[in-house]
Design a binder for this molecule. Structure first.
Ligand code: ADP
Ligand code: MG
Length: 388
């Protein structure tokens, strides 16, 4: 019996979630796998969970970490959704932007956490389905209930999704794979967006799952065709949720954005032996992830009252998601780690990253417009642009 299976702590919902401005940080330890033992004389663990909030890295020197939540190997996908996913949906419907990042080395459970097991043909919910399908199941059930409850106000929700990949500092549309090298633009009113990115309206969880499956397939094709590893790309599944309702003969508009980010593997990129394109690729692949690390380090200083320039624009990932990092967003980081001794160094590095992320303070505000219509304004802006 290895140590990590001895203790079992249920995750508890955080009563301060609504008032907390800091990034929420959750660490998830994946179970030991058989391959963890291969090639190692000691089939052991480098982690010991001490409570629902603390975990100890048992190396030299032994180091104890405290997070908002520590999820051990027995935590179910459902329990994880309850503590981390459900509040995101509530935030988004209330008009806040919210983001979730999965960070960790390849094989530590990022995709298992964010996507999990999704049955593609007919959507048959599996117990192992992950955060994203559960978020949309919950969201559509809440939308339906609220639209019925507030029918007298003609409350209506419109949800639109997009799915992109960042690889080698290039953005590809996973719903329109011929659209490569898309550009990030900034609009004074609506903020940062990706030009020409396909947005698809969704009305039920099946619609979302279909997009997820389509995107995953396109990602695989792109990876095979271009001989690249998908563990080195970042994927961003985004949903904009707009609600409109009537009160006192005014149309009210609320707008929340949800970003679900499966980051590239955080393991140190080994550049030895790489030449030419490969070397450039390694440097660029590092760029979004290393800039993310740098931005977070600088934000720790900012949280401590120092004035510092934050280099959001130095990478595609941080430029695109700058609001999620110290801006108008409620953000959750899920750091996934392996408990195996053979991954001890990467696990420590992930725990340190997660600890730094905890210092980031955001300033989320409700995106609401009581007198106008954001969509109409956007159309107006677009029209003006076309005329220019
Ligand atoms: P990553 O996306 O970080 O590279 P994956 O999510 O693909 O890692 O996980 C690697 C393997 O480990 C997969 O087979 C996955 O199903 C399994 N796995 C990861 N985390 C868990 C977990 N918490 N419980 C059960 N299996 C897991
Ligand atoms: Mg993955």
């Amino acid at each position: 019996m290895h140590q990590s299976s001895e203790a079992h702590f249920e995750l508890q919902e955080d009563p301060h979630f609504w008032t907390n401005h800091n990034v929420q940080v959750l660490v998830r330890v994946r179970p030991m796998s058989n391959s963890d033992a291969t090639g190692h004389s000691s089939y052991g663990t480098c982690l010991r969970q001490d409570s629902a909030h603390t975990i100890t890295w048992i190396g030299q020197p032994q180091t104890r970490f405290t997070f908002d939540h520590v999820a051990g190997e027995f935590i179910t996908q459902e329990n994880l959704f309850r503590v981390a996913g459900l509040p995101m949906v509530e935030n988004c419907m209330a008009g806040y932007n919210s983001s979730m990042f999965a960070y960790g080395q390849t094989g530590s459970g990022k995709t298992h956490t964010m996507l999990g097991d999704i049955d593609n043909l007919a959507y048959r919910p599996s117990e192992q389905r992950g955060m994203t399908p559960r978020i949309f199941e919950y969201m559509f059930s809440r939308i339906l209930a609220e639209e019925q409850e507030r029918e007298h106000e003609q409350l209506k929700y419109v949800c639109k999704c997009s799915f992109l990949e960042i690889y080698n500092e290039q953005i590809t549309d996973l719903l329109e794979p011929t659209s490569t090298n898309l550009q990030i633009r900034e609009d004074l009113k609506t903020g940062v967006y990706v030009e020409n990115l396909r947005e698809v309206e969704v009305t039920c969880v099946q619609d979302v799952v279909q997009l997820l499956v389509q995107g995953a397939a396109n990602r695989k094709v792109a990876a095979t065709n271009m001989n690249r590893e998908s563990s080195r790309s970042h994927s961003v599944f985004a949903c904009s949720v707009q609600s409109t309702w009537e009160s006192n003969s005014l149309t009210n508009v609320r707008y929340g954005r949800l970003n679900l980010v499966d980051l590239a593997g955080s393991e140190r990129q080994r550049t030895s032996g790489a030449e030419g394109d490969r070397l450039k690729e390694a440097a660029n692949i590092n760029k979004s992830l290393s800039t993310l690390g740098l931005v977070i380090m600088i934000l720790v200083d900012v949280a401590n009252g120092k004035q510092r320039h934050v280099p959001y624009r130095d990478s595609k990932l941080t430029f695109l998601l700058q609001d999620s990092l110290g801006g108008n967003s409620k953000t959750t980081v899920i750091a996934t780690v392996s408990p195996s001794n053979s991954n001890a160094a990467e696990t420590l590095s992930t725990l340190k990253f997660a600890q730094r992320a905890k210092f980031i303070r955001n300033n989320a505000v409700i995106n609401e417009d009581a007198s106008g219509d954001i969509a109409a304004l956007q159309r107006e802006i677009q029209q003006l642009k076309e005329e220019v």
